[in-house]
Write a protein that binds this ligand. Structure first.
Ligand code: NI
Length: 198
């Protein structure tokens, strides 16, 4: 205990509690958004979008129809969660060799993440992971369609990081949302579930 600062411990505790509470609210809101079905029984996630690949081509939701796909939002400057998640997705895909399933990695940071940078970034993962960017407008539209939370967080060095939700969306062959895909298990178990949608 530091007698000069009698409130130090309680203050820290309440700050920690506030952080935990904020996290729970965010996590709860995210879950609510993902789990709440619409009246038709299909969650209102996904829909039309248009993004850019590294070779200057446009990719739309229509190009993906016919096979299931995963969608994950993040950014190349992400220090931990994005690369870890992409590595997990890669591990799962490698257990489904030659299967026509793709995983889209869509940037939430179109200012820095060009289509070329996205493609370069995903090149160290399974080749069926597609890095996508677009104009800020195109990215905003796809974020809205997938109910993605993303916000700039300034860093001390004058730069910024992105706070963002981290959900892997499983979409079926018609492009309809199936579920928030569970990677918190063995890659074999995840691959087995994915195979059921092929
Ligand atoms: Ni990230």
């Amino acid at each position: 205990m530091n007698p000069a600062k009698p409130n130090a411990a309680p203050r820290l505790t309440s700050r920690a509690l506030a952080a935990v509470a904020a996290f729970l609210v965010l996590a709860g809101a995210g879950l609510w958004i993902v789990m709440t079905p619409s009246r038709s029984g299909t969650a209102l996630i996904g829909g039309p979008f248009q993004l850019q690949t590294a070779d200057g081509k446009t990719i739309t939701d229509a190009d993906l129809k016919g096979h299931p796909f995963l969608v994950y939002f993040g950014y190349t400057h992400c220090p931990d969660v994005c690369p870890a998640t992409l590595a997990q997705i890669s591990d799962v895909l490698q257990r489904l060799p030659d299967k026509p399933i793709r995983a889209l990695f869509v940037t939430v940071d179109p200012e820095r993440d060009t289509p070329a940078l996205m493609a370069d970034y995903v090149s160290s993962f399974d080749s069926r992971i597609v890095g996508l960017s677009g104009t800020p407008d195109e990215v905003a539209k796809v974020e809205k369609a997938y109910r993605v939370y993303a916000r700039k967080a300034p860093t001390k060095d004058g730069d910024y990081s992105m706070d963002h939700s981290s959900i892997v969306y499983l979409m079926d062959a018609r492009g309809a949302f199936v579920e928030a895909f569970n990677l918190d298990r063995t890659p074999e178990a995840s691959a087995k579930e994915l195979a059921g949608y092929l």
